[in-house]
Design a protein around this ligand. Sequence first.
Ligand SMILES: C[S@@+](CC[C@H](N)C(=O)[O-])C[C@H]1O[C@@H](n2cnc3c(N)ncnc32)[C@H](O)[C@@H]1O
Length: 861
Amino acid sequence: MGGRGRSRTQRKHFRQSRENVWKRPKSDDATNATPDDANNGRDPAWEPFATQNPAFDEYYKEQEIVPAEEWDTFIEYLRKPLPAAFRINSSSQFYVDIRLQLENDFMKSLQAEDADGSEVEAIKPLPWYPDNLAWQSNFSRNQLRKNQTLERFHEFLKLENEIGNITRQEAVSMVPPLFLDVRPDHFVLDMCAAPGSKTFQLLEMIYKLTEPGTLPSGMVIANDLDVQRCNLLIHQTKRMCTANLIVTNHEAQHFPSCHLHRNQRGDSQIGNIREPSIRQLQFDRVLCDVPCSGDGTLRKAPDIWRKWNSGMGNGLHGLQVQIAMRGLALLKVGGRMVYSTCSMNPVENEAVVAEVLRRCGGSIELVDVSTELPQLARRPGLKKWKVRDKGLWLASYKYVPKYRRSVVTPGMFPSGKSHEETSELDHETEPRQFCENGDGNPENGIQVTDGSVAPTNSVEAEVSPLPLEHCMRIVPHDQNSGAFFIAVLHKVSSLPAPAATEKKPRPSKEMDASSTQPQELMDQVKDGSNGDDIDLSGEKDVHLSEATPAGDLLDTEMPEASLDANQNKVNEENDSEANQNNVNEENEKQDTRPSPDGKDDAKMVAGKRKLQIQGRWRGVDPVIFYKEEAVVGRIMEFYGIKESLPFKGHLITRNNDMNHVKRIYYISNSVKEVLELNFLAGQQLKIASVGLKMFERQTSKEGASAPCLFRISSEGLPLILPHITKQILYASAVDFKHLLQYKSIKFPDFVDPDFGQKASELMLGCCVVVLKREGQAPSDSSQDFTPIAIGCWRGRTNISVMVTAIDCQELLERVSMLLLTKEDLKPEGDNPSIPEAGEEGKINGCDIKEDSTAMAPGTLD
Ligand SMILES: C[S@@+](CC[C@H](N)C(=O)[O-])C[C@H]1O[C@@H](n2cnc3c(N)ncnc32)[C@H](O)[C@@H]1O
């Protein structure tokens, strides 16, 4: 279950991110409006985007991205809106029901609409995605609102997405994780993870085959440089309710390895750790879904037509290589890394793959995955391409004018050879000698164009000797999708020394393509949501902090700039409900630089809130192992927690002040190992979010007088449920439904008097109500299905539900469907005194208040 526990900041970013991409940004209005528009009274903001760009056509024709005879179809598809796609979350309790609903109900009813003569196509499962878990629908928003069946489908999508049972995601964006071959015991790094659609898939893979109440032995670290996008990532993955995830906020190219030096051991907040189980971060799988120019998402983000230029890809190549190299350095020997972009540009794709293969000199292989996912239509990677810079087509590095050599690098070309290695033509050419506005003067055999005139093909491109045909390019017209590029890499042996120790980046040079400055490039570049339902136009995307050293060096010297590149806060405990284990931007802007001697910590108080410090990271909530034995003992005693759930060392908080801990998070064994290593290595990881929220302090007056101050959170309930022996009630279907409908019921008013009696016998405080299923004896834990349960509060006179309104709504629907199918529930008519949901009325003579909002903790009667 999901839809819970998200902060205001997260919700705001989520809303912003989902603004209609077809709406032209405000800033464009003035520039694009013509006097005619004013006179005609047209609103230029709602003009459709131009879906053409001569420079784009010229570029990709010259690169032979598709055979000449396919060009028209290719372009035609790029101009069509993209069909919507979504995935069923396979770790959802109800995933089988949802799939059945789609297969048996919606697929048929929507097909019937089609048969009625309307133009809409039915929904269909994507044939290449395993187990019918990914679907595509061709309905536009308007169509979805058009009639009742479609509207019902629309509502279904909205609700299930909000709950976390489905994820809207562009079809091609679902592909890279499928080639990672993730197993439940794997440690996985998702280097550029926000907004998190692929992280979600990775977590599902880790959780595959996991029994209720247990956790997989693997884990995922999801990283993103951008703080706002980290919030989206946290928001997205929160729906997964996982204890096996750490969200970090680093430059991927400098992701720390937490390498422990010999004999290094810790005397840290977690106490003396004798021998850590791991001595550095190494991953079985790495997903390297890098920031890119994003022209593969043109169908969904048509503003890219206008912004596109060939300099975007050139400007990102260097960063992409750095990130891929760091990923390979952090990959275990024998491990697999997937490199992917939502760009079609060979400079961001094949050129990057070729460059890392060259740098890794045989320690990395490009895997031939042509037999995997045979139903996915894709094209082999290109072996030849050219580089375009400043209106010039460059077939080889030797043609790069000297003044551009810091920008156009040898690695961008198929041979990867520098000018020393090729027969150099001496270009002392000054910038002024190149025509940038289109008179097309050939210089030393180079055809100069202005970007809007088709160049000649007089310069033959180099051909790469590497097996780049093993890369995959998905093009839109093969299966009515977006475009994507994927390469699968296998680490055969340790990287050669120079490759393993990446040089520090040269920000200004790497980023300066076609005189495009980094910030300008960031503005131009699609934020790189890689085709997912997120668009944060104008947000900072690529960020290279000045001279950040490789992560390994963090524990010796840490330049200020890299400590908190974004000057934003990762803050949780000191704030209200809004800040829950996430990157918080609504905090006051404070100086986030480290204090050289650490003495001025006490002074770091701005406004009402004290600045939080996570090890070496300022403005970030600390990660503290929670070891308050008295409190933990009380919790264990109150809920009767069995030893089957390991507790010791598995609880953390984000607050140094043990007296004011509001939330306690649960972490898996794998996450515990990483946190322990991180502490020993001097807290190199900047952790934005970690663990599963298991307990929350009850702050209401009544809550404060309960024997246990901590209630079980909705997120934590599925995990802890099989391990608790106290404070549990088993409700009949009718009473369970009534609780969901009316939120609060007095003990004598339950239909089953025995239930009311048992409820009154519980201790004051949090309790769990489990739906009694047919043939199930109360407290029978050997069920072949996951129990349906909700967190409640046993008050002085009643039981109140502590579940969000949206979760109640979803559960009501699921329970109704389930029970009606099994004929387990008498029709409502058998209980004439029970009003329909939404009515205000009485149950057995008792006043019922229909509460459309969630029963917020602390508002109990
Ligand atoms: C293509 S998107 C990732 C999409 C994501 N994998 C998904 O499936 O939802 C690229 C991401 O890289 C992030 N990014 C940009 N530069 C980065 C860097 N140097 N290190 C880490 N992340 C970076 C951007 O903030 C953006 O969220």
